[in-house]
Write a protein that binds this ligand. Structure first.
Ligand SMILES: [Zn+2]
Ligand SMILES: [Zn+2]
Length: 198
């Protein structure tokens, strides 16, 4: 029994060490941007056939707008459940960020790559690939915007009023995990009643 306990403890420690190593590596942090931008471009290529767009110009506009808006909801739900409620390596990694907000850390770049590419391949069997590709590309563009905004909140200084508001909003979340879950917008916190102003 004691041996089994030690084994579990050792496995947990190894997992924590590996997770910490990859998610806190500066290479992973910055290469994540290269990988995510490549994912957006790769998805967009599925909206073309031999250089000709499979979507009309107005589909490009309205699908991109809907996708970006959908990102804000995905961000809220992902942050709330995958980072704070469900016990998983994502949750443990995010708590590390709450403890050390100035450290550069992020989800391993290949994990996001596998999830997004896998999701596209799976869903494209039942949905129209060019439409799905643009929806997913604009949602993922929203994710990149979220990463840049989050980096700016913890590392950059701007005198802009909106930026200061978002910064304050997110710092309240760092102190009170169940509040101010949205980051690029306060909209979903108002909708779901998790907005905290002080
Ligand atoms: Zn943060
Ligand atoms: Zn959080």
């Amino acid at each position: 029994m004691a041996k089994l306990k030690n084994q579990v403890h050792k496995e947990k420690l190894e997992e924590v060490t590996f997770l910490k190593k990859i998610s806190t590596s500066h290479f992973n942090y910055y290469f994540g941007y290269v990988s995510n931008i490549s994912i957006v471009i790769w998805l967009c290529t599925h909206a073309f056939d031999a250089g000709t767009s499979l979507l009309t110009w107005y589909e490009w506009i309205y699908i991109s707008a809907i996708g970006l808006f959908l990102w804000t909801l995905v961000e809220y739900l992902m942050h709330k459940y995958a980072y704070h409620v469900w016990k998983s390596p994502f949750e443990r990694g995010h708590i590390m960020h709450h403890d050390r907000p100035y450290d550069l850390m992020g989800v391993p770049w290949y994990v996001t790559l596998i999830i997004v590419v896998g999701l596209f391949i799976g869903l494209s069997k039942i949905l129209s690939p060019p439409h799905l590709a643009l929806y997913m590309a604009s949602i993922w563009l929203g994710y990149i915007g979220y990463c840049v905004t989050h980096h700016a909140i913890h590392h950059w200084k701007f005198e802009n009023k909106l930026f200061k508001k978002l910064k304050r909003h997110h710092y309240i979340h760092h102190a009170r995990h169940g509040k101010n879950i949205g980051m690029v917008t306060t909209f979903w916190d108002v909708v779901f009643g998790t907005l905290e102003k002080k």
